[in-house]
Design a protein around this ligand. Structure first.
Ligand SMILES: Cc1ncc(COP(=O)(O)O)c(C=O)c1O
Length: 289
């Protein structure tokens, strides 16, 4: 079978020809950061914002970025020449491979850069029309959730809680407040107001979260960015998930109980339409460019 083309430390190679040192700190410690960029028929959505977040993640862990945003954009375009249609581009930068395992961060290491692209499956019509099931858990992750780190064991274990019961996501609460879900941001709607947790160290600042906020403002939806209690989530009229690959999705059952009327609500339908219009504009501007 022909192997998909991926990027490794400056070279484009078939995926099966890439090998990484077992001493790479990404493998040994999860010492690295990553991004996932949605691409619609060749047009990346908010790529610059993703690379700016990658820079912020690197700053947080004192990892020197091997590329400027413009270089990253160029590398992405080169990779995408080998991948057509809707794609999710994955970018990972680790601290590199020293000659021994030691916690202390070695100086002068060359970061390891890996990029791949996979066909992106956006939510099915069924999921959009009926919404999805979610369960809840205590947020047992660390206190640097704003870093998009490859150390994802907390998120993996959180996601498994929902996977084990056939649900789409695990919505997390820390000290009685909503944070996010295992790989999505979360919004709670009550009485026509969309509430979202603030940008702090307890959530990943989703690029889609920002886009949803922008679309809500442009579409004159009422927004309230503040700490949201667990009780508010459990009594919300609507709950939404957002992420680069889920786009915006309605949660219609939480821990087996219906959310609001148990169907995607009116504000979700409005936001979903705004999101799809935004994508259509992106496609038109890319064709025109
Ligand atoms: C923990 C977490 N929160 C939120 C998100 C959503 O981020 P984005 O909208 O940038 O995809 C993700 C995406 O993977 C995530 O892993």
């Amino acid at each position: 079978m022909t192997q998909p083309i991926a990027h490794f430390n400056g070279k484009l190679l078939p995926l099966d020809q890439i090998s990484i040192s077992p001493l790479d700190r990404g493998f040994i410690f999860g010492d690295g950061v990553y991004e996932v960029i949605p691409v619609y028929n060749g047009a990346p959505l908010r790529a610059r914002e993703h690379f700016e977040r990658l820079q912020r993640s690197m700053d947080e862990i004192a990892l020197t970025n091997p590329h400027t945003v413009d270089e990253w954009m160029k590398l992405t375009a080169e990779l995408l020449r080998h991948h057509k249609g809707d794609q999710a581009v994955y970018i990972q930068v680790t601290r590199g491979a020293p000659d021994k395992r030691e916690h202390v961060i070695p100086k002068g290491l060359q970061p390891t850069v890996f990029m791949m692209s996979n066909p992106m499956t956006t939510p099915s019509r069924e999921a959009i029309e009926n919404g999805v099931a979610c369960v809840t858990s205590r947020d047992f992750r660390w206190e640097k959730c704003h870093v998009k780190s490859t150390s994802l064991l907390g998120n993996v274990l959180a996601r498994q809680i929902s996977a084990d019961v056939g649900a789409t996501e695990t919505i997390l609460f820390r000290d009685g407040f909503l944070t996010e879900a295992s790989s999505s941001n979360v919004f709670a709607v009550k009485n026509g107001v969309v509430a979202a947790p603030p940008r702090d160290n307890l959530i990943l600042m989703g690029i889609t979260y920002d886009l949803v906020m922008q679309l809500a403002r442009d579409g004159a939806l009422k927004l309230d960015v503040r700490k949201v209690t667990e009780a508010e989530v459990r009594s919300a009229d609507e709950i939404w998930l957002s992420s680069s690959t889920k786009e915006v999705l309605a949660v219609t059952t939480l821990d087996g109980k219906p959310v609001g009327g148990g169907k995607p609500g009116p504000l979700f339908k409005r936001m979903h339409a705004l999101y799809q219009e935004h994508k259509a504009r992106l496609a038109r501007s890319t064709v025109a460019a």
